[in-house]
Ligand binder design. Sequence first.
Ligand code: BTN
Length: 272
Amino acid sequence: MKDAQAGEALTPAALQRHLRSAVFGHRIFYYPSIGSTNDRALDLATAGEPEGALVLAEEQTGGRGRRERIWESPACLGIYVSLVLRPGVPAAKAPMFTFTAAVATAEALRDTCRLPGCIKWPNDVVVGRRKVAGILGETRGSDPQIREMVIGIGVNVNQAPGDFAVELRERATSVRIEAGAPADRAALLASILEGFERRYARVLAGKPDDLLREWETLSAVPRGRRVAVEGPFGRCEGTVAGVDDEGALLLDTPGGGKTRVPFGEIVEALWP
Ligand code: BTN
């Protein structure tokens, strides 16, 4: 990627120069600075914005991560976007869409930036052991069908090591740190959105198999690896046996049992 492009602002015009999607990202709500793109997208979704509407910001002052964590979102260095979805499927399927976004993000890092992006279940995108991107899927209300959902995607792109808070430096990385050069955020975002749209259509059509195969290939914690997971029923340990078609993690537990963890986080992986 050329440095001129790498330093370019991530505006709607810059994104549209690259974007070849059918619907995702065609309607863009752009903010030089905002609290959280997810909050804005949830409001827009509630007000009736159609599927594919995208909230794009150059900076977030209240970026949110999973489990009430802060998502550092310094101006002009990362990708901070939230996409409105209207899948109309049972609420139990919601994790599958965050999962789809993670696969699309890892693949876009591979295609566009030549980085070995992997996924740590459910939706941390990592290079090696450090996190480069995260996904936050949210719905409002308690409808049994998902009428509207927001998928927030945050990617650390052009941060230097000193741009991360001291306590994050061991765990976080950026495209620039890993690739050794700044990257074109618009090209990377276009690739994420196109890949997400393509995979989302297949999942909605009841054909999640390709996505599940991709997850297996991209998993940073492959089958057979022993892990500790914090799920809805507390902490449990086991050996990774795969994911099911709702994005839940399947574990073989000590003593020969099986556990299905619908949501949570791998808190410890016994790396080789
Ligand atoms: C995580 O891994 O904890 C999820 C991080 C999600 C961050 C993105 S940045 C765009 C969107 N807006 C937010 O406030 N959060 C998500």
